[in-house]
Design a protein around this ligand. Structure first.
Ligand code: PMP
Length: 359
């Protein structure tokens, strides 16, 4: 029996994708082998890779003047790749600090350049994003970096920051494909796959081509966007199985009606859960209403001593992965694309029962 899996990542995948992968596991399309046994240079795998890129470009509306890269090393690898590819030694870059993941991006960047933090939401305990139009980006910054959705804090930008002529870079790991995104506003978008795109092991990078050819000489080849773009992301062996599975997930998103349909589903799911939290007087949300994430919903019970019994009751009801991040505690429900509204309804029903028994 499959549970409703609310894990923040690796996370639930569409069951149709898992079944398709299962049916193709021993013999992919008459090739007589599994995708994981194929050479990445074979015409079969190159076809799989190109089809996935074409689907991603079409779903997200990626303009022609952007390269799409399928890399390894996670979003954490890109925390280093961004400064190495975009800024020479002695440069400065602007960062927005909205929580745990932006802070990690900042500490990695500090190894390579001078970071100017242009907004820091620490005074609200990272429950907000900066007001629209409030960012002062220095004109000499190599880029402005922000975290579109803070997976741990559950804080999401409801607008695209204006960086003027400075290239805008975003970590979209936990929100990519959850709703339409205007790629043309960005210089670089990167995301780990293990939330909305597929399994762990693959990192997506979308980079405007005029930002290539600037990498520092000492940039490791596997993090060098220009070298990777020139080699079709196959400078070395790519994560072939993950790439194939991402392709199947993209096909599934297409069948669901693409990103506009995903946005409707995801807004409905998030609304259902936030209404239950706000309407209860028992549960509470630590995030200001205007910055609440559709993807990661942290919530608190009135007494931390109730967390363990809540998680036990959830497990009993077939609901998994609801514990908050180990750094903050509380609860967190991740509502990625593959989580059906029935799963969110089951969570809301459990919350209502638990409040009756403990309120
Ligand atoms: N950024 C964000 C927003 C994340 O959610 C995560 C992972 N949860 C990371 C970066 C780090 O990603 P990875 O583990 O793939 O390096």
């Amino acid at each position: 029996m499959r549970v409703y899996n609310f894990s923040a990542g690796p996370a639930t995948m569409p069951v149709e994708v898992l079944e398709r992968a299962q049916s193709e596991l021993l013999d992919w399309s008459g090739s007589g082998m599994s995708v994981m046994e194929m050479s990445h240079r074979s015409k079969e795998f190159v076809g799989i890779a190109e089809a996935a890129e074409a689907r991603l470009r079409s779903l997200l509306g990626v303009p022609e003047d952007y390269a799409v890269l399928f890399l390894q090393g996670g979003a954490t690898g890109q925390f280093a790749a961004v400064p190495l590819n975009l800024a020479g030694p002695g440069a400065t870059a602007a960062y927005v600090s909205t929580g745990a993941w932006s802070r990690k991006a900042i500490s990695e960047a500090e190894k390579y350049l001078e970071v100017r933090t242009v907004a820091d939401e620490a005074p609200t305990n990272y429950s907000t994003v900066p007001a629209e139009g409030s960012l002062q980006v220095p004109g000499d910054a190599a880029y402005l970096h922000y975290t579109l959705n803070e997976t741990i804090g559950g804080v999401e930008f409801p607008y695209v920051p204006d960086a003027g002529d400075v290239p805008l870079v975003t970590d979209a790991s936990s929100t990519i494909l959850s709703r339409p995104l205007d790629v043309s506003r960005y210089g670089v978008i990167y995301a780990g796959a293990q939330k909305n795109l597929g399994p762990a092991g693959l990192t997506l990078v979308i980079v405007r081509k005029d930002l290539l050819d600037r990498a520092r000489q000492e940039t490791p080849a596997v993090l060098d966007w220009t070298a990777m773009a020139g080699a079709g992301s196959m400078l070395n062996t790519p994560p072939t199985l993950a790439w194939y599975l991402v392709g199947l997930v993209l096909e599934w998103v297409e069948e669901q009606g693409g990103l506009p349909a995903m946005a409707v589903r995801n807004r409905d799911k998030a609304d259902l859960l936030y209404r239950a939290i706000d309407g209860s007087g028992f549960y509470s949300s630590p995030v200001e209403a205007s910055a609440r994430s559709w993807m990661n919903v942290p919530f608190l019970v009135p007494d931390p001593a109730l967390e363990k019994p809540f998680l036990e009751a959830a497990a009993e009801a077939g609901l998994s992965g609801l514990g908050g991040h180990r750094s903050v505690g509380g609860m967190r429900a991740s509502l990625y694309n593959a989580m059906p509204i029935e799963g969110v309804q089951a969570l809301v029903d459990l919350m209502t029962d638990f409040e009756k028994q403990n309120g």
